[in-house]
Design a protein around this ligand. Structure first.
Ligand code: ADP
Ligand code: MG
Length: 697
């Protein structure tokens, strides 16, 4: 049996393999491309392609694919085999630099939001050398960006890479101001903690809502839910443990640094956290992780639900996006050190994040907006729909001192003994406690953006984070470059920034009603409860201007994304509505009907022999009433879906779907859930919440 260090990354064409298989000058050129964005010429690309193919074929690969991330939110791939015919009727395995660098894909089959005229079907996939190629099954996967014939981005990777480049450019300007000439590259890094549910496959197969929509559209609350909080970090069931073991192995083979796995708050809910890495690689890795969660679960007779809210009344799933910025020399620019008040460079980067998040709260909220996530954010579940920053006591008092021009005294105890017990070792306390209710929390040397949906790519939030921080650093650098008294100007800049943007800092309870009121009425923070409220603000002039100024999106690209995502919202909800209508008509109504007929029979039979039948009469009346209201609500939902059909303006349509269709879905659900409570178990047509949530023994 191989040890983990022996097989870790064995399916990745990583630095170890490159160094071994490439000629020294080719390796050196490729490294320059990866590390410093240097250009890569054709002869070098040919040599890399040849080595990649040799390596892939020796691991059993027969095909290669340009792997990309269109605006559908999932990944796409088109497999080509390596075979190439020879004159004598045979084949050789062939792969050229040209094939490595550029592929062609039919762009008309992917959403483009108006970026592509219908007659222009050509789209290109372009190799991203900064994310290593890997083998899955019999295919060599080459991470690529996806662009239209016009050069506009049709995917998530291209803008993500642009945003990293923008951040690099502006952060370097700042570092030079502090006399730092050695740093060549600044990159953002991400560690994304992934939450998910695991349920038994048999139970899943019986729920068409889960199959079609990934969430339950019906279901009365079970007698036992998460009230006892006895699932969080509880002992892991053997079947789940087997699954996690298998999953870890698969992830490790692909060089994904899966680190922590534990049970989450809700029954059947779990979490997986990797060790952080460069943002675009972390994004690719998270996509692979989501895919493997599903396929490995299947192998274990289970289904992994990645939906943000699979069950009403039970915690939903998110993806905590831990984000930081560091230099190629390994210095984390968001690390305060032991004396944050003296670390001015840290304070400047911190100020940039604070200003950026305040100025672009709307964009951060928008970056995580989708139908599934509305169930979490809009419902003030976790975290709220209002963006604010948690800094913790120490950092907050440092910036208050700067803001008020008062001296800072570091009297906070750093060293503590847990519970005052002498037997436990002393440890250095973190500079911040945890605040689980904050959507954007400083956690010592990184920010944790907690609003991301569990099924979403982390590309969008990181494109926004990188862009807004880059733009803010640009403003800072413009102001500080060439000034006579740098220290003085810096001090003023910090002080003014903290003064102007302190409204975004909130260390209290983000779930409380008082906070909602204070945030919106006193502080004027923006609150968008639903996706149709949020998305149109992508097009606000200030947002388009910012994206253009950092070179991340053209105006057209912003417009296309807004359109595609609103359209996706509409389609998601209509699919859910249609699934409900069908399940009601063909499963729920007949079940309640059978139950009430049965009841009517026993009422009559008891009547005939003179046995008291008050209970039957009462229940019968209740079920008849519910049958009627379910049937009425189903008709109304159907009408609402019909009414939304003719509308072509996607903003108008999304509002109508939210206020018409979605509203009606909730009404219909209420009636059905009520019926579930009054219908004998043997008649109910599909597994209940209790059956599903406790299905994995
Ligand atoms: P928790 O959020 O449960 O406290 P940790 O703080 O240990 O967990 O880490 C959460 C995630 O943050 C992990 O994926 C970790 O790799 C990541 N992380 C740690 N440091 C950084 C960093 N500098 N940049 C980005 N992510 C980081
Ligand atoms: Mg966390």
């Amino acid at each position: 049996m191989e040890t983990i260090p022996e097989y870790f990354g064995c399916m990745v064409f990583d630095d170890r393999i490159m160094r071994k298989m490439l000629a020294p000058e080719v390796y050196h050129t490729l490294r320059l491309t990866i590390d410093e964005n240097a250009k890569l010429d054709v002869s070098c690309a040919n040599a890399v392609a040849e080595a990649m193919k040799e390596w892939a074929v020796s691991h059993g690969a027969t095909h290669f694919t340009h792997w990309f991330q269109p605006l559908t939110g999932i990944t796409a791939e088109k497999h080509d085999s390596f075979i190439s015919p020879t004159d004598d009727g045979g084949v050789i395995m062939d792969f050229s630099g040209k094939e490595l660098i550029k592929g062609e894909s039919d762009a008309s089959s992917f959403p483009s939001g108006g970026l592509r005229a219908t007659f222009e079907a050509r789209g290109y996939t372009i190799w991203d050398p900064t994310s290593y190629a890997f083998i899955k099954g019999n295919t060599l996967y080459i991470p690529t960006a996806f662009s239209a014939y016009s050069g506009e981005a049709l995917d998530m990777k291209m803008p993500l890479l642009r945003s990293m480049e923008a951040l690099n450019r502006q952060a370097l300007r700042i570092l030079r101001l502090f006399g730092n000439e050695d740093v060549k590259m600044v990159r953002s890094s991400v560690g994304s903690e992934q939450e998910y549910f695991l349920i038994d496959r048999e139970v899943y197969e019986k729920r068409r809502d889960l199959i079609y929509t990934g969430r339950t559209l019906f279901g009365a609350e079970p007698p036992k839910g998460q009230e006892l909080s006895n699932h969080y970090e509880g002992s892991i069931k053997p079947r789940v443990e087997e699954f996690m073991k298998d999953l870890d192995r698969e992830l490790w083979k692909l060089g994904i640094l899966a680190k922590t796995e534990h049970n989450e708050a809700a029954p059947a809910q779990h979490e997986l956290a990797p060790i952080y890495t460069t943002t675009n690689i972390a994004t690719d890795h998270n996509q692979i992780t989501m895919e493997l969660l599903k396929t490995v679960a299947q192998r274990h007779g289970m289904v992994c639900l990645l939906h943000e809210k699979p069950f009403k009344g039970v915690n939903g799933s998110g993806k905590h996006n831990n984000w930081s910025i560091s230099t190629d020399q390994g210095v984390n620019l968001l690390s305060p050190g032991s004396t944050p008040h003296e670390n001015v460079q840290f304070l400047l980067f911190l100020a940039a994040v604070i200003k950026a998040v305040d100025d672009y709260q709307d964009l951060l909220r928008i970056s995580v907006a989708k139908a599934g996530n509305d169930h979490r954010l809009g419902q003030m579940e976790a975290p709220p729909a209002i963006i604010s920053i948690f800094l913790g006591d120490e950092i907050t008092s440092v910036i208050e001192a700067i803001e008020n021009d008062t001296p800072y005294s570091a009297e906070i105890l750093h060293s503590m003994r847990p519970g005052g017990l002498k037997v436990l070792p002393k440890f250095r306390r973190d500079t911040t406690d945890r605040n689980r209710t904050s959507p954007f929390a400083f956690t010592g040397n990184k920010f944790e953006f907690r609003s991301v949906g569990s099924s979403d790519s982390v590309a969008n939030p990181n494109i926004v984070l990188n862009s807004v921080v880059a733009d803010t650093l640009r403003i800072f650098a413009d102001r500080l470059e060439g000034v006579e008294n740098f220290e003085h100007e810096l001090h003023i800049l910090l002080r003014d920034t903290f003064r102007q943007h302190k409204r975004i800092i909130f260390n209290g309870n983000g779930y409380g009603e008082e906070w909602i009121r204070e945030a919106t009425e006193v502080r004027g923070l923006c609150r968008f409860d639903t996706t149709p409220d949020a998305l149109p603000h992508m097009l606000d002039e200030k947002n388009i201007r910012m994206f253009r100024s950092v070179g991340v999106y053209s105006e057209n690209e912003v417009r296309s994304r807004c359109e595609i995502r609103l359209d996706n919202y509409c389609k998601t909800i209509v699919i859910e509505a249609n699934t409900m209508i069908d399940m009601v008509r063909r499963e729920i109504l007949p079940a309640v009907e059978t139950a009430s007929l049965e009841l009517a029979r026993s009422t009559r039979e008891k009547e005939m022999v003179g046995i008291p039948n008050e209970y039957e009469k009462k229940l019968s009346a209740k079920l008849s009433m519910l049958l009627q209201s379910i049937s009425d609500e189903n008709d109304r939902l159907e009408e609402a879906v019909e009414a939304s059909k003719g509308i072509t303006d996607v903003m108008e349509k999304s509002m109508l779907i939210r206020d018409g269709v979605f509203f009606r879905m909730n009404k219909l659900r209420e009636a059905c859930d009520e019926a579930e409570r009054f219908t004998a178990r043997k008649y109910w047509p599909f597994p209940t919440y209790g059956d599903i949530l406790f299905s994995v023994k």
